[in-house]
Ligand binder design. Structure first.
Ligand SMILES: NC(=O)c1ccc[n+]([C@@H]2O[C@H](COP(=O)([O-])OP(=O)(O)OC[C@H]3O[C@@H](n4cnc5c(N)ncnc54)[C@H](OP(=O)(O)O)[C@@H]3O)[C@@H](O)[C@H]2O)c1
Length: 281
């Protein structure tokens, strides 16, 4: 794939070791960008960096960081700027999930889901947006979830965190209206075939699974498109609009049906899962 028309971009991808982040990093590399890869697992980041080099990245930089820790994000952003002098785009795909009723999920796990998904997003924009605003140039893509638009049983910490990400995206869109060159895009996947389900914390008794999944490549391509044509919100999932509509216009019917539909489509009732924190802590 040719280098982007304006030359190689500097693209920071969080959650780069797996799923949507990893696939998006690959597309960015194939587009000839300078790719900055951020996640917690150093060894896997090195593996992804090698993949990105092979795919044609202008360069790859690896940042081992926990997005929930503001100082680690600050250091990672400083490393990217030291290496390249700027950041043109951020794809923020780092995230974790947890299954369990509000009162079943242990306090530290509940807090870690909200810290990773919501506070992690805030930490990233806290350090990236001032640089973009100064240059009046740059795009932040926040990866939310359709669960940030509806309610589902047994995913309370995740739902709370993703409603927060959705709010954050809209707040940032309004706050940055004075910088026409700075864009905040919000990508909203439904079910995607990634490892997040098996790595999730789970206190519900049954493993989670992706309902009506789309491929990770579809979401990665929709995410990459935001770098050239950022949009306020992009729904990526076969059922997103139906779910959002039903939740809004027929809440009683939604509440009646969501429990059985969630159990049938988003969990595997034939299997058991041992209660545990997964990759959340
Ligand atoms: N899969 C779906 O069905 C689906 C649907 C809607 C929305 N989403 C959202 O899409 C995003 C990506 O999910 P995915 O399905 O691609 O999940 P995934 O395959 O599990 O990937 C998640 C990535 O986030 C990183 N990560 C997790 N906690 C982190 C932390 N504290 N600091 C830094 N990196 C962290 C993980 O790497 P390390 O473990 O190496 O840190 C991994 O690279 C998430 O925000 C998720 O909520 C997914």
């Amino acid at each position: 794939m040719p280098v982007h028309a304006d030359g190689p971009r500097v693209v920071l991808v969080t959650g780069a070791t797996s799923g949507i982040g990893r696939a998006t990093a690959g597309l960015s590399a194939a587009a000839g960008d300078h790719v900055v890869l951020l996640a917690r697992r150093a060894e896997v980041l090195e593996e992804v960096a090698r993949e990105c080099d092979e795919l044609g990245a202008a360069s790859t930089t690896v940042c081992v960081a926990d997005v929930a820790e503001d100082v680690e994000v600050e250091k990672a952003v400083a490393e990217a700027v030291d290496a390249h002098g700027r950041i043109d785009a951020v794809v923020h795909a780092a995230g974790v999930a947890a299954y369990g009723r509000a009162e079943e999920v242990p306090a530290d796990v509940f807090e870690a889901v909200v810290r990773t998904n919501l506070i992690g997003s805030v930490n990233v924009v806290r350090h990236v947006l001032p640089l973009m605003r100064e240059r009046d140039h740059g795009t932040v893509v926040l990866v939310g979830s359709v669960i940030g638009h509806i309610a589902v049983p047994s995913m309370t910490p995740y739902a709370v965190s993703k409603w927060g990400v959705r709010s954050l995206a809209r707040q940032l869109q309004i706050e940055n209206r004075d910088r026409p060159g700075v864009h905040v895009a919000y990508v909203v996947p439904g079910g995607v075939d990634t490892d997040i389900y098996e790595k999730a914390a789970n206190y519900s008794g049954s493993p989670g699974r992706a309902p009506l999944p789309v491929s990770v490549g579809v979401v990665a391509r929709a995410t990459m498109r935001q770098l050239d044509r950022p949009r306020r919100a992009v729904q990526v999932g076969v059922a997103n609009n139906v779910l959002r509509l039903a939740f809004t216009v027929a809440p009683s019917l939604f509440d009646l049906l969501v429990g059985p539909l969630f159990r049938a489509g988003a969990t595997d009732q034939r299997a058991d899962v041992e209660a545990g924190a997964g990759n959340v802590l």
